[in-house]
Design a protein. Structure first.
Length: 218
């Protein structure tokens, strides 16, 4: 009896797990996994910040904002990959290469803008403020993106079934999500303050009169 009950239980779990990657449940899975992984990335980044600054208090509202923005990206990625798979059918290397290139040229900048604008609005800033921050950090963000995503997407488009694409991206991007949290919330004023202090000290040093060497008495 017990073996049969255990077998029925495993069959039910397997059936429930499969539902998460079918139909409307797939969209829900992609949405929640996007929010969950971005929030986890922020949690890890804040743990690093707290380690460097023991007096710092963890900002759970910031993690919540990351979760909301991540959830908003889930449906975008869901329908974007569906379109890519219809536009470029198959997993031949040439087709995969086209998918990766289109993804890098269109989706990456668009999602980066979505991230910075969304986070800015939720922090109480205007869209103009978010746009300015995105422009200031775009090239740093985009260069890092090219270092990470082409290889990851080659694996995604070549080996994985379309229904697992967004979940794969949301899972392997934990390190990327941690980087996004760092890039968004790092205090650039401290770095600029260090540079300004250094330049001020250099100017003060230059302004000091040159001391003449003491002539040796005969």
């Amino acid at each position: 009896m017990f073996p049969r009950v255990g077998k029925d239980f495993l069959v039910r779990i397997r059936f429930s797990w499969k539902q998460l990657f079918q139909g409307r449940y797939l969209l829900l899975t992609n949405t929640l996994s996007g929010g969950g992984m971005l929030a986890l990335g922020d949690f890890l980044q804040q743990s690093r910040e707290n380690h460097n600054d023991p007096g710092r208090i963890r900002d759970w509202n910031r993690t919540g904002r990351m979760f909301v923005v991540g959830c908003s990206m889930g449906p975008v990625l869901h329908y974007w990959y569906s379109w890519l798979d219809r536009a470029f059918v198959g997993n031949a290397l040439k087709t995969v290469g086209k998918k990766v290139l289109v993804d890098q040229l269109i989706a990456s900048p668009a999602l980066g803008m979505w991230y910075f604008l969304g986070m800015g609005v939720m922090e109480g800033h205007t869209l103009s403020d978010g746009w300015e921050e995105f422009k200031d950090k775009f090239w740093e963000f985009y260069k890092a993106d090219w270092c990470v995503w082409p290889t990851a997407q080659m694996i995604n488009f070549y080996f994985l079934s379309p229904k697992f694409r967004v979940l794969y991206v949301n899972t392997v991007t934990l390190g990327w999500d941690t980087y996004l949290s760092y890039l968004k919330h790092r205090d650039d004023s401290k770095q600029s303050g260090l540079f300004s202090d250094s330049s001020t000290a250099d100017k003060q040093q230059e302004a000091l009169p040159q001391s003449k060497p003491v002539e040796e008495k005969a």
